[in-house]
Design a protein around this ligand. Sequence first.
Ligand code: NAD
Length: 291
Amino acid sequence: MSAQLIDGKAIAAEIRAEAKVAASALREQGIIPCLAAVLVGDNPASKAYVGNKRRACEEVGIESQLHTPSADISAADLLALIDRLNADAAVHGILVQLPLPDHIDEDRVIERLCPAKDVDGFHPANVGRLVIGLDTLRPCTPAGIPELIVRSGLEVSGQHVVIIGRSNIVGKPAMNLLVQKAAGANATVTVCHSGTTDLPSITRLGDILIAAIGRAHYVTADMVKPGATVIDVGINRVADESAKQGYRLVGDVDFDAVKEVAGAITPVPGGVGPMTVAMLMVNTVKAAQAT
Ligand code: NAD
């Protein structure tokens, strides 16, 4: 039996369309939603991510600024740029594309952001609000996960969600989001990580299995409960001579085998990836609405 394919591309397009309606309502009130992207250095992957985000802004009707300091910018100068963007009333959201060069402490930069403009939802104040269930700017990748599930006609409430990965960007915020007593949440959540003993015995308990590991095809069919919903967050490059760039992108899940066991599954690409950008649009509109 082949699983239902969760179409992240289509769901992300639906969410961007909703954000566009909200952005145009703001424009009618004279508020032009604006996202400032800070891209330090010339990491090609970061450039591509920021390019995708700016294209989405254009589609949704969000103005975007691009700030491109060179990789040797001092920490003090980068913090001064953040201060300027924090103080600029025309800027509603600030996105600092990670990773930053080694000589810059990412935590310090994130902590310098005005929490109300932290559209990635990484500032400790926003993380804290998420943990205690207050309204906040939620980290984009985890926030996209319940949207994918619920908009595919599937249930989150009451389900046992097993997450593999405990990063601050995906695993932990996904846990904090899905455990809340709220719509699209209210799940029983288990978090597994590199210190977990006998991982397959735990992943097999998941009605919903979320893989955020960063290892190609790590989740095999025997690790999945029959009928489970499988959300693959991973983006990994594997060599592929037939591809133009010499590689292709695959998830953390062995898609071809797991789709025969799962009830529903996200592809890579075209699953979680487009949702991350769509949720950034939602957060930017939300930040602009709050002004
Ligand atoms: P990370 O490296 O910060 O965290 C990986 C986690 O996996 C760690 O918490 C670690 O404990 C766990 N892990 C590693 N090996 C394990 C093992 N053998 N068994 C159990 N757990 C293990 O990575 P991240 O930032 O959370 O990203 C995870 C993946 O998701 C990456 O492939 C990344 O590229 C991708 N990602 C995708 C998006 C998107 O928009 N689709 C966004 C963020 C991250």
